[in-house]
Ligand binder design. Structure first.
Ligand code: BDP
Length: 543
């Protein structure tokens, strides 16, 4: 497809640098401005930008973009043509892709013109630590210029104001200490506003503000710790998908989805199967959701020769770089996820995933890294990933119609996996299709009762395993897929809500299990407000 638009901007050729920033173009983008070729970006769901100062005209500018949504075998996610898919694979869908959602192509998020002063801030990284009741906020600054300027930092919120000032060239680091800090958590997503101002010869020329949350995330033994306390993730795998809009970002839909998740008592989700819009993560920070942030590495295959595999690894590395760079400062992002259901049985994939794991840890040593598998105990990479993430559909794709046998198999398998990989385990997908309005007693497949009962039984199993630290139902909403015999109306019907966000029976069951359950049933309560809760409340009231 081709896009074109004309724009004017109030710019008189001054020394500011102007760039064009694309939030997401799926999959391959070529861009021209006023007839000059700016370049190409490969890969959807992540931002990219081009400097355009040299080509800008004072009045009318013509921006042209060509987008190619065809997926080659070497791309991530890979095109379906690439390999011999296993005999267990679901029948092919139309369009024929290696994953189970509609391959919407095109511009899916905002395109912005960005103007910055010469020598402006180029990068800002915030890492937080907890020292007793205090918060330590480590800030790293980078500029694309070496002249000496003054960086003035201010951290404000919850009655506190902490300041710092330093001289910097290309980069600088400093730590701000917030005494008696209000920590960030789902129960109380407290944030502070960090402002960095740059001054040259006493005059401010750049200013950047960022809301931050002071929190820690760590794996200890078989538990996931938020601010030092065990945390249980309750939530969903999802899709950016809505009637008419397809995958195009829409703020009202994003807000609605958070409202639904809060109504259910969810505290978490995974960005299945690609990074979500930045606005969505900002809302997660603000509302206190824990996010497993995933690169678009869904359906990776390993049976089509070394050259293709190497190229896919290169793409995964690029996407990991872009994702960590984009999302590193979000308190909501607690984990990086480097693949969904790779076809690991097709070869020795350990070097592939070791490389990705090591890269992620180099880019961000502060967050756990994981990969989501459907191979269970045979997934060798679980040996070095920090958290074991598994998708399971007993009682749906296998043990069809047999809820009890399905739940028993799950219980058995979880223990076997834990015996081999004694780490925290998250069941990152489980569920059943239910066509809204279809009912059956006793429960039968495709009915709302069957979906609700399967989820209830799975959650009972998960709650009985102390090493299970997360339960993510597949999916929050019904979503568009290709056409195929398993996808009535071109939809995956595993949503707890319909595609237009009306609850099915399972939504009420989840709400009862997650939100209005008696307190005594909650093995692992959310961490209470840190340190002195009274003092905290007083500070909040003050603010
Ligand atoms: C899982 C995939 C997910 C599918 C789901 C399903 O990770 O993308 O939509 O199965 O079949 O294996 O519903």
């Amino acid at each position: 497809a081709w896009y074109q638009t004309r724009f004017a901007m109030p710019w008189d050729g001054d020394s500011h640098q102007v760039s064009l920033r694309f939030g997401s173009v799926n999959y391959l983008a070529d861009v021209w401005l006023n007839g000059a070729y700016l370049g190409q970006h490969v890969g959807g769901h992540l931002p990219f930008n081009f400097e355009i100062g040299a080509h800008l005209r004072p009045e009318a500018n013509l921006l042209v973009l060509r987008v190619d949504g065809r997926l080659a075998p070497t791309q991530v996610p890979p095109g379906r043509e690439s390999s011999g898919y296993g005999s267990w694979d679901p029948p092919r869908q139309y369009p024929d892709v290696s994953f189970d959602y509609f391959p919407y192509c095109g511009i899916q998020r905002p395109v912005q013109l960005v103007s910055t002063a010469p020598g402006a801030l180029a990068d800002l990284t915030v890492v937080t630590e907890i020292a007793g009741a205090d918060g330590m906020v480590h800030v790293s600054l980078k500029r694309a210029a070496a002249d000496d300027v003054i960086a003035r930092l201010t951290l404000r919120g919850h009655g506190a104001e902490v300041r710092g000032e330093l001289t910097m060239g290309e980069q600088a680091e400093t730590t701000l200490r917030v005494s008696q800090a209000a920590f960030w958590s789902p129960a109380a997503p407290h944030r502070y506003e960090l402002t960095v101002e740059l001054l040259r010869d006493g005059l401010p020329f750049d200013r950047y503000s960022l809301p931050i949350g002071i929190r820690t995330i760590a794996v200890e033994g078989d538990q996931l710790l938020l601010n030092g306390e065990p945390i249980m993730l309750r939530g969903f795998g999802r899709h950016e998908d809505f009637p008419v809009l397809g995958r195009g970002f829409h703020a009202a839909v994003a807000v609605k989805d958070y409202g639904l998740m809060q109504w259910l008592g969810a505290n978490s989700f995974r960005t299945t199967h690609y990074p979500y819009a930045e606005e969505t993560l900002e809302l997660a920070d603000r509302l206190g959701f824990l996010v497993i942030d995933e690169i678009p590495a869904v359906g990776l295959c390993f049976d089509d020769g070394e050259a293709n595999i190497a190229e896919r690894l290169r793409m995964c590395e690029q996407q990991t770089h872009e994702l960590v760079q984009r999302d590193k400062n979000h308190p909501s992002v607690i984990m990086w996820c480097l693949a969904n259901e790779p076809r690991s049985y097709q070869g020795d994939v350990v070097p592939f995933f070791r490389t990705l794991y090591d890269l992620t840890k180099r880019l961000d040593p502060t967050r756990p890294a994981t990969l989501v598998s459907d191979l269970g105990v045979l997934e060798e990479s679980f040996a070095f990933y920090d958290v074991v993430c598994m998708n399971r559909y007993y009682g749906w794709y296998t043990e069809q119609g047999r809820l009890e046998t399905g739940a028993a198999r799950l219980a058995e398998e979880l223990d076997a996996i834990y015996a081999r990989f004694p780490k925290p385990l998250i069941l990152t997908e489980f569920g059943a299709d239910a066509i809204a309005g279809m009912h059956a007693q006793p429960p039968e497949m495709w009915s709302e009762e069957y979906q609700a009962e399967l989820i209830r039984r799975y959650i009972a199993v998960l709650n009985s395993k102390p090493y299970v630290v997360g339960q993510h139902v597949w999916n929050l909403c019904d979503f568009k897929t290709g056409q195929g015999v398993m996808r009535a109306g071109g939809l995956n019907h595993k949503g707890i809500f319909t595609r237009d966000r009306r609850p099915k029976l399972a939504a009420h069951v989840l709400r009862e299990l997650w939100s209005i359950r008696p307190k005594t049933e909650d093995r692992r309560p959310e961490p209470a407000a840190p340190s002195n809760a009274e003092a905290q409340r007083a500070r909040d009231a003050e603010t």
